[in-house]
Design a protein. Sequence first.
Length: 328
Amino acid sequence: MSFFAVLIALLIEQLKPLPRDNWVHHRLVAWVGWAGRNFDAGKAHHVKVVWCVAVLTPTLLVALAYLALAHYSLVLAVAFDVLVLYFTLGFRQFSHYFTDLRDALDSGDDDEVRRLLAEWLHLDASELPQTEVLRHVVEHALLAAHRHVFGVFFWFIVCSALGLGPAGAVLYRMAEFVSRYWAYRLRTLETPDNDRLLEVSRHLFGLIDMVPARLTAFGFAVVGNFEEAVNGWRRDARLWRQPNEGIILAAAAGAVGVQLGGDAAPGVTPDRSKTFSGGAAGTGGAEGSTAGMPLRSAHLQSVVGLVWRSVVLWMLLLALLTLANVLG
């Protein structure tokens, strides 16, 4: 039934997307903030306690709710799957920014592009060079697609196979959210009491995201230029400091045949600063970037097509697994 839950959730999300400023986001902010205030006393071991409370508590509650519903009614269990997936899975949770940015790029309104990019990432993009604007739009759109769709998809399937319903989707999105939340807090005056919150949350999310990131990169290779995607994965992933992000972006760049990476204005992507000690330098790309054609606005549609083809690929595989399970 996982296939139908995912399909229905995606269809509902396309027809009735969550608004940008929605109550779910406000509740998550309040919950993670409460966990930090009440369980972080500044000691090293408190960091993991805060993370477990913020991430594992809602995951466990969702698993218990699913088990209770599944005990009484399969229909209620599937409906619960769809409800949770609606709040955790989907393009429309980030695509409105991408659409607005694409329109602004097409109209040549650089100021509006920088404003929208800053609003999306909560970072100052006013000094971002024009040559880097399009790259940031593409990179962040690819990462957002992975974190809102493919990563959630993977963990939902894993936990569903274990009989825990949508608990995996909650686990993934909560782990991603807390790492992003504490990164944002560190850039504001209201920094967390324990500076290791960000470090630990990023590390734990990196572990949770390790397999999904590689599956996303593999999906991009299958539906794009396979040989170049694999070559880019092996050669250029080190251009990004975060390994999982580097794998996704390097594979996507090879699959589409464009340059990603390169110099970044300070403060725009601090967690994706380049090392430049390896990768594509000297292999046909710009210094510190992947090999391929320089990005143009026309490539945005190619990136969108790459993501959608990947979604179709994984949905087809899930459908085949569901059919094999039914027939078996």
